[in-house]
Design a protein around this ligand. Structure first.
Ligand code: TYM
Length: 349
């Protein structure tokens, strides 16, 4: 990451990366390319990296308790199998570090109803039945701000769908700093970009690839085997034209654009580089190339996830260790926050 992304406002803060994924089951290629693959890249740039399984966010909608435990461990296995190293990155689940919930409450009192009402993800998730949504789902972005700011994190890698939540995180930090006359919370920088910031459905290039899509054909799951991956890409919607040799030629061709973007992101290439190689090819030729690249990348991850899940005690050990390290950073920041707000709390020994 270049120094150019460091903003003036957070220049007094040490570069620190934080991000999280909900352990609500059904990990997809979108989670991998839009988030975890980039988590690994940042880890390998030797920046301090903290990655969380946000189980408190998951329960904003109903989760079966046994499934939730299993999904949390599975997500930890996904992180590690994708290349996150518990010796280099702090890996833990959110509920194990109570500072998240405590700071989340303070931010509930900073964020405004009007801000929350504008969140498109709440509108999408609550659907027509918003009156019946949990209060937690409504307050979700304030807890997300707490996740990040409890560590004074400065950079947050996410997919494009989280952009609005990160803008809200900046608003909360700015309002807190302003209301209390401090320069305490950093103005975070979203790290969004690259060809896979928004991986689209394989059935409809105008919709995001999502675990909640009723059609399993619309997505590649991290649990899919090589045959399913091949079959899903083979059946993926396309158009009859050959691939263009320049990016401009993908305009108004959302499905073609998506497949090229996936291919590029899997191979750490830009869309332009890919098109200079494959421009002129028909999908009948390009799709097998895509399958090969996808299987080559994803199969070892799936295999390693399954292997790691054989020994959950080792996963639990990693999570406990991660939670201890995370708490050591968040606790003094929370203590100082309480003091700024005027909440009396004896220093903990
Ligand atoms: P979640 O669990 O929905 O998704 C996890 C990450 O995967 C990315 N993603 C995608 N990226 C590209 N294309 C897609 N089709 C796609 N689908 C999912 C998401 O953008 C996200 O980066 N609110 C967050 C979790 C969260 C969090 C945080 C993130 C809680 N606290 C603090 C960062 C910092 C969420 O629901 O992600």
């Amino acid at each position: 990451m270049s120094d150019a992304v460091q903003t003036q406002s957070n220049s007094k803060f040490k570069k620190r990366v934080f991000s999280g994924i909900q352990p609500s089951g059904g990990l997809t290629l979108g989670n991998y390319l839009g988030a975890v693959k980039r988590f690994v890249q940042l880890q390998n740039e030797e920046i301090e990296t903290i990655y969380c399984m946000v189980d408190l966010h998951a329960i904003t909608v109903w989760q079966d308790p046994e499934q939730l435990k299993n999904n949390t461990r599975q997500l930890a296995a996904f992180y590690i199998a994708s290349g996150l190293n518990p010796e280099k990155s702090i890996l833990f689940n959110q509920s194990a570090v109570s500072e998240h919930a405590e700071l989340g409450w303070i931010f509930n009192c900073v964020a405004r109803m009007g801000w929350m009402k504008r969140m498109t993800q709440f509108k999408d998730k609550a659907g027509k039945n918003a009156e019946n949504a949990s209060l937690g789902l409504f307050g979700y972005p304030a807890l997300m701000a707490a996740d990040i700011l409890a560590y004074h994190a400065t950079h947050v890698p996410v997919g494009d769908d989280q952009k609005q939540h990160l803008e809200l995180t900046r608003d909360i930090a700015a309002k807190f700093n302003h209301d209390f006359g401090v320069d305490f919370f950093p103005m975070i920088d979203p790290v969004i970009g690259g060809p896979a910031a928004r991986v689209m459905s394989l059935r409809d290039g105008s919709k995001k690839m999502s675990k909640s899509d009723p059609s399993d054909q619309s997505r590649i799951n991290m649990s899919d085997d090589a045959d399913s991956i091949a079959q899903k890409f083979r059946k993926a919607k396309t158009d009859p034209d050959a691939l263009p040799s320049e990016e401009l030629g993908l305009e108004n061709r959302p499905e073609a654009k998506n497949l090229v973007a996936i291919y590029a992101a899997l191979g750490d290439q830009s869309v332009e580089q890919v098109l200079s190689d494959v421009g002129g090819k028909q999908f009948s030729e390009f799709k097998p190339m895509l399958v090969e690249r996808a299987v080559e990348t994803l199969s070892p991850i799936t295999g390693e996830m399954n292997r790691l899940m054989q020994d959950v005690s080792e996963i639990d050990r990693v999570l406990k260790d991660g939670a201890d390290k995370a708490r050591a950073i968040a606790a003094p920041i929370l203590q100082r926050t309480y003091d700024i707000v005027g909440l009396l709390r004896p220093e903990r020994s």
